[in-house]
Design a protein around this ligand. Structure first.
Ligand SMILES: CC(C)(COP(=O)(O)OP(=O)(O)OC[C@H]1O[C@@H](n2cnc3c(N)ncnc32)[C@H](O)[C@@H]1OP(=O)(O)O)[C@@H](O)C(=O)NCCC(=O)NCCS
Length: 178
C-alpha cells in the first residue's frame, strides 16, 4: 500500500525514509526517551536503520503503522507516532516517541489524535488500545487526553503495564475538535 501522509495543525505525519535514520538515532538516544521501554536504553544507528525497515514493512503487512512526525514550520523530524498491530493479541495499539526538545507542547496529543482519526475513519477499526509502563505518567496523560479509558493493570509480553482503550463510537462522540 501507499503509506498516507496526514497534515495536522503543526505537523506532518509522513512515511519514514532511510534518510531519517541519523536523526531518529539521536532522538531515541536522548535523555529518558527509552526509559519505559524494555531492553537496552541506547540504540545503534544500524538498529535504527533496521527499525525503519520494520516500520515500513508493518504498513505493507498490516495496513497500519507508524509515521515519521515532522514539524511543518521547520521540516524537522521530531519522532514517530501511529498505530501498530500487536500480533499476539490481534489488537491495534497507539505509539508515540518524540524528541525531548519538543515535549510539553501538546504535539504527541496532536499526532495521536490524527492517528486515531485515521484508524477509525479510514481503517474502520473497532477499537485502539494503549499499552504503557505503569510509571510512564506523561504517556498515560496523553492517552487520557485522547479520550482513552484505563481498563486494567495487566501484563503484555511478560511486562507489567497499564492498558487503555478507546472504541470507535467513543471516538466519534468526543466533542473535541478533530
Ligand atoms: C510520552 C510523550 C510522547 C509525550 O509527548 P508530549 O508531546 O510531551 O505530550 P503532550 O505535550 O501532548 O502531553 C503530555 C502531558 O503529560 C504531562 N506530563 C508530562 N510529564 C509528566 C509527568 N512526569 N507526570 C505527569 N504528567 C506529565 C504533561 O503535563 C501533559 O499533560 P497536560 O497537557 O495535561 O499538561 C513523550 O514524553 C515521549 O516521547 N516520551 C518518551 C517515549 C515514550 O515513553 N513513549 C510512550 C510509550 S507508551
Amino acid at each position: 500500500m501507499m503509506i498516507p501522509t496526514i497534515e495536522t495543525g503543526r505537523l506532518w505525519l509522513r512515511p519514514f525514509t532511510p534518510q531519517d535514520a541519523p536523526t531518529m538515532h539521536q532522538i531515541l538516544n536522548g535523555p529518558d526517551v527509552l526509559k519505559y521501554f524494555p531492553g537496552p536504553q541506547t540504540v545503534t544507528e544500524t538498529q535504527v536503520e533496521r527499525m525503519i525497515g520494520r516500520l515500513l514493512a508493518h504498513w505493507q503487512e498490516h495496513g497500519c503503522g507508524l509515521w515519521a512526525v515532522e514539524q511543518r514550520t521547520t521540516g524537522a523530524l521530531l519522532g514517530r507516532c501511529g498505530l501498530q498491530r500487536i500480533t499476539e493479541t490481534n489488537e491495534v495499539e497507539i505509539d508515540f516517541i518524540l524528541d525531548p526538545a519538543s515535549w510539553g507542547q501538546g504535539l504527541a496529543t496532536e499526532a495521536g489524535q490524527a492517528s486515531l482519526k485515521f484508524g477509525f475513519e479510514q481503517l474502520n477499526l473497532a477499537e485502539v488500545v494503549g499499552i504503557v509502563h505503569p510509571e510512564n505518567l506523561a504517556s498515560q496523560r496523553v492517552l487520557q487526553k485522547l479520550g482513552m479509558q484505563f481498563t486494567a493493570a495487566t501484563e503484555y509480553f511478560g511486562m507489567a503495564v497499564h492498558r487503555y482503550v478507546i472504541t470507535q463510537p467513543n471516538f466519534a462522540n468526543q466533542t473535541v475538535e478533530k
